[in-house]
Ligand binder design. Structure first.
Ligand code: PLP
Length: 450
């Protein structure tokens, strides 16, 4: 299994052929799920004592398993948050896989870590963070948010060592991503829900008012969202930063989806105040065109991340005693793939201007979608998009009608758009992060709702 022989040579060719074939397809097939029984039937027994052989296993993947996975990079995949990796980043994912790089320490992965840090620096500059800022690429926003909050609490624990509060608290809005509440559960801290203003945003004023009611004792962090998942709303970051400064609370900005908008001049003003954050996350696998799974976690003062996350053990002393930058010291987790490299390679290849252009292109299509929805009398826009999420209703439809419509689109291989809910009402939404999504794609989908 560990020798490169003529079978492996042939298998390499087959793997590269598949990769090339899929990369050349525009659009890729949308595909869709099948039941476990159907897959059992079609795939048969795949794990056997003797093995199937690489060619047979690959064929099983390309003919049976892959078509049962929706292509998240299809231009009419507009559900949840799609993934739209650049060709360069997808190709480089292969290279990273072929290179057996350990990305957790400088000692083992210096070259990879150096490159990842350059990509993190670009993001820090977009945010407006000082020279000393830094962090690590983690698997996703969920781990990024958790790691930032763990660092925030660690800092608070140190500063209140003699006088700990009865309960530690994190404040955010009900529109904050589910991973924030999940992080609070993991950490056993309380989540203080702050009502949003009439634009759906967290504001300093509402935050202050809520804390006056419930008390600010034990509050160690405030989470603002730069691009909520359901609506793409950017909170009033500057006024939230004011309250954090008054209270000495850590200011975390969750830009998992919307952080990419920092690179788009047409909406950059919405993020005013973001430069005051103590920590920030953005998922390049969402709107920054990297393959799964990739989240950039950045601290204003990386020492605070390090103080909270460095794992200590005799077998790690050679790493922890070194002055070098070890990515594993900055998040939950130890072993890590150099998952920032596909993103770095694409940035290095195309330059940052190409990213600005591609993000602006998705915003153009978003504005077109909003205007088209307003123009059609059977549709209603719920609010003007802040970023690239468009939420709308089909007048008169029941939840069942939305679901049926959504199922039909997928079965017809036309589009993947699922219902969502807002204040108890079933509606639907487009999340537009793929520069290959066109105005024509949007019109085609809207036509199916007439
Ligand atoms: C997607 C998302 C997350 C979670 O990120 P994962 O990469 O899915 O773990 C967190 N916050 C926001 C605002 C998101 O959109």
């Amino acid at each position: 299994m560990h020798r490169f022989d003529s079978d492996v040579e042939a298998l390499s060719q087959a793997v590269l052929d598949y990769t090339l074939k899929r990369s050349r397809m525009h659009p890729v097939p949308l595909d869709g799920p099948r039941s476990a029984a159907e897959l059992d039937e079609a795939a048969g027994r795949t794990i056997t004592a003797g093995g199937l052989g690489g060619q047979t296993a690959l064929e099983l993947f390309t003919e049976v398993l892959a078509p049962a996975c929706i292509s998240t990079d299809h231009p009419r995949y507009l559900s949840f948050i799609p993934c739209a990796p650049t060709e360069a980043s997808t190709l480089f994912d292969l290279v990273v896989g072929a290179s057996s790089i350990y990305g957790g320490s400088w000692l083992e992965g210096a070259g990879a870590v150096h490159a990842e840090n350059a990509a993190l620096r670009w993001i820090s500059d977009l945010v407006g963070l000082p020279e000393g800022a830094g962090g690590v690429f983690v698997p996703g926003g969920t781990i990024g948010n958790l790691s930032a909050l763990v660092a925030a609490r660690h800092a608070a624990k140190v500063s209140r060592a003699g006088d700990p509060p009865a309960r530690w608290k994190v404040a955010g809005t009900t529109q904050a991503h589910s991973s924030i509440k999940s992080a609070c559960d993991v950490m056993d801290v309380d989540f203080v829900g702050v009502p949003v203003d009439e634009h759906g945003r967290l504001t300093g004023e509402n935050l202050r008012r809520t804390l006056e009611t419930v008390g600010a004792d034990g509050l160690f962090a405030v989470v603002a969202t730069a691009g909520t998942t359901n609506f793409g709303i950017v909170d009033a970051l500057d006024s939230v930063a004011d309250v954090c400064a008054e209270l000495g609370a850590w200011f975390h900005v969750d830009g998992a989806y919307g952080g990419a908008g920092l690179a788009a001049p047409s909406i950059r003003h919405r993020y005013a105040g973001i430069e005051r954050c103590d920590s920030f996350i953005v998922d390049p696998h969402k709107w920054l065109f990297a393959p799964f799974d990739c989240c950039a976690l950045i601290y204003r003062d990386p020492q605070q991340g390090r103080a909270a996350h460095t794992q200590k053990a005799g077998y790690l002393d050679v790493l922890t005693d070194a002055a070098e930058f070890n990515p594993s010291d900055y998040s939950v987790g130890l072993t890590r793939r150099a998952r920032g490299l596909p993103f770095w390679f694409s940035l290095a290849t195309h330059g940052t201007d190409a990213y600005t252009e591609a993000i602006e292109r998705t915003l153009e299509v978003t504005r077109f979608a909003a205007a088209e929805i307003e123009r059609r009398d059977y549709l209603e826009l719920l609010r003007e998009p802040d970023t690239s999420v468009v939420v709308f209703r089909r007048v008169g439809w029941t939840p069942q009608q939305y679901q049926l419509w959504s199922d039909r689109l997928l079965i017809a291989n036309l589009a993947f758009v699922v219902p969502t809910s807002h204040e108890g009402e079933t509606v639907t939404r487009f999340a537009i992060v793929n520069p290959n999504t066109t105005e024509g794609d949007i019109s085609t989908i809207l036509d199916t709702m007439a």
